[in-house]
Design a protein around this ligand. Structure first.
Ligand code: FHN
Length: 586
């Protein structure tokens, strides 16, 4: 059976999208890049409570410090963000090239950042500020042509005894909570306000489904669509019924995603403002992520956490302005593009496409031109988006016996952009590529879990490819997987197995005994953290490389690689979380 994909029950979108679903998604797919804003009372403590630094993300301070409602509520009396300027926030999003803005109308602390009639626990009734933040943002977004969207915590609400999350106040145990009553009395009335008082809303970003049942998720989705038929709902409405899927926080799959996905991401580590979080990703990293995610067909929802005074922190502003400068020149390679025609990624950067144009987003500028294997089309012209008038030399060759195409692109010694330089290839038609995993110009071959054929001899196994790109639920040794791939230069190869984690900040576990065979040659060993895969991907979802040994592949053409698990460490979450197998020319 081909790689089976899950509809991630927590955060996925529906697997089969109807034409109506696709029509609703059209603006969102075109947009590709949005601004996330986490703003609420938590910006006041900004990570410190009663003089102590509270570990974790800023907006979780009430939970992390187990602050009773009666002690947290009075923060509202101190909320007076006099420097808040909706026009400036929206202007920054626009300048950065972001097309939609998702702000927390209510986060898990239960406080509404708009004038809600449901209770007085909102910015207009409970704070000296007294202004409806969402009304001002709605007006600014309308003027700027940015889609306004709301994050609304439908499940956790630490202010409410019948919602999920608060286990420190004197609230009933989860099983005794009237969750339906909470949905009826708070969530739905607030959604009605949000979807009737602020004009057209792009999407509702639900989050952390915990107590919600499948019927309640379905019902909530219907409820939103009845109020605004074009408004999308995020996958975190729960039970895989969202209009699109939400990957884990800062999650980057190793290869192209199937379906409609978005990655919510931080610029430092927190979402809500935290004075002591200085772990800012560089502009280069952020642009690499944008290029990588676009190439994988994933929207990038990049967060800012404004201060209690109402300002977006300076490091965020600087990065967004720099991204905006890049977008002015290269945005064509992002907006309205489809993902790469290749299911796997390249170490030099990402690929997107639109019509008959292929965009190569070079995160690493090659020293001596770029070689691309497997492109079937003829290239009519090639140029840099930063210098469209200068034609780049391209030569293309084909080996009919091997059914193998090679493109050589000449490049100047330095790229025009310090972060990501984009080459446009005008093709003779929509891009068509060799679907098999191919040996790359450096001799390596990478076989991603998402491209494997899964062999599941026994019925009932839940082994599958997680949307994050690793295998989940591989607990049974009878299951195995294989790939067919093309070799153009045979020889000796070092076999490296990459295993990851299924959970955000999850604990990586090794100890699985894996056997890899190609033809008559095979190696085996226990998964161990021999090498770390660097980069932004592994910082939030740890993954490690295990060196299994060396094999020989002695002929050109198609080969089959098989992976079996001889021992499985059952304590590892999800079993063998295989991400890929790499063959590196020895
Ligand atoms: O608990 C929230 C968290 O505070 C933040 O809002 C992120 C954004 O994706 N979502 C949840 C954790 O995944």
């Amino acid at each position: 059976m081909a790689a089976r994909r899950v509809r991630d029950r927590n955060a996925g979108g529906r697997l089969h999208l109807t034409p109506e679903d696709e029509a609703r998604l059209a603006w969102w797919r075109e947009a590709r890049f949005g601004m996330f804003i986490h703003w609420g009372l938590y910006a006041i403590p900004a990570g410190k409570w009663k003089g102590e630094d509270i570990p974790g993300i800023g907006e979780w301070i009430m939970h992390a410090a187990r602050i009773p409602v009666v002690e947290y509520e009075p923060l509202a009396a101190r909320f007076n963000p006099t420097r808040f300027d909706a026009g400036a926030w929206v202007g920054l999003a626009k300048k950065a090239g972001m097309k939609y803005l998702v702000i927390t109308s209510k986060h898990h602390d239960g406080f509404a950042i708009y004038d809600s009639a449901v209770s007085d626990y909102d910015v207009v009734d409970a704070t000296p500020f007294g202004r409806d933040v969402l009304a001002e943002l709605a007006e600014a977004c309308r003027k700027a042509g940015i889609r306004l969207c709301f994050y609304h915590s439908q499940d956790q609400d630490w202010h409410e005894p019948n919602a999920s999350g608060n286990d420190w106040d004197d609230f009933p145990p989860p099983a005794k909570r009237d969750f339906e009553g909470y949905l009826r009395e708070k969530v739905k009335p607030q959604l009605t306000e949000l979807l009737t008082q602020y004009g057209p809303i792009g999407l509702i970003w639900f989050d952390t489904p915990m107590l919600i049942t499948e019927a309640q998720s379905e019902d909530l989705r219907r409820f939103v669509h009845e109020l605004q038929p074009d408004c999308l709902v995020s996958g975190r409405i729960g039970h895989g019924v969202g209009d699109y899927g939400s990957l884990g926080d800062n999650q980057i799959p190793p290869g192209r995603a199937v379906g409609a996905w978005e990655t919510p991401a931080t610029m430092n580590d927190t979402w809500g403002f935290k004075t002591e979080d200085h772990n800012w990703k560089s502009t280069t990293t952020l642009l690499h992520l944008l290029a990588d995610l676009a190439g994988k067909g994933i929207n990038y929802l990049l967060n800012v956490g404004p201060t209690a005074e109402g300002e977006i922190p300076r490091p965020s502003v600087e990065r967004l302005e720099a991204i905006g400068r890049w977008m002015e020149v290269n945005g064509e390679a992002i907006y309205g593009t489809s993902p790469s025609p290749y299911a796997y990624a390249f170490d030099w950067g990402g690929i997107t496409q639109k019509g008959s144009t292929l965009y190569l987003l070079l995160t690493h500028w090659p020293d001596a031109g770029l070689t691309l294997h497997g492109l079937r089309n003829k290239v009519k012209s090639a140029y840099l988006l930063a210098a469209p008038d200068i034609t780049l030399e391209v030569s293309q060759t084909r080996n009919d016996d091997l059914d193998h195409d090679v493109l050589e692109l000449e490049l100047p010694p330095n790229g025009p952009d310090e972060h990501v330089s984009v080459v446009a290839l005008e093709l003779d038609g929509p891009a068509s590529v060799d679907a098999a995993p191919l040996q790359q110009p450096d001799g390596s071959i990478e076989l991603l879990a998402g491209m494997a054929d899964l062999h599941v001899p026994k019925r009932g196994s839940r082994i599958e490819v997680h949307p994050g790109g690793v295998i989940a639920n591989w607990y049974n040794k009878a299951n195995w997987m294989s790939w067919k791939f093309k070799v153009v230069e045979p020889g000796k190869f070092d076999v490296k197995v990459v295993t990851g984690t299924l959970r955000h900040y999850g604990v990586w576990e090794g100890g699985h005994r894996i056997r890899v065979s190609v033809g008559g040659s095979s190696v085996s060993g226990a998964t161990a953290a021999d090498e770390q895969t660097g980069g932004a991907r592994a910082s939030y979802f740890p993954e490690h490389v295990t060196n299994l040994g060396r094999i020989t592949i002695d002929s050109v053409g198609m080969h089959e690689l098989k992976v079996r698990a001889e021992e499985i460490n059952k304590s590892a979450l999800g079993g063998v979380a295989l991400a890929s197998v790499r063959l590196q020319r020895a």
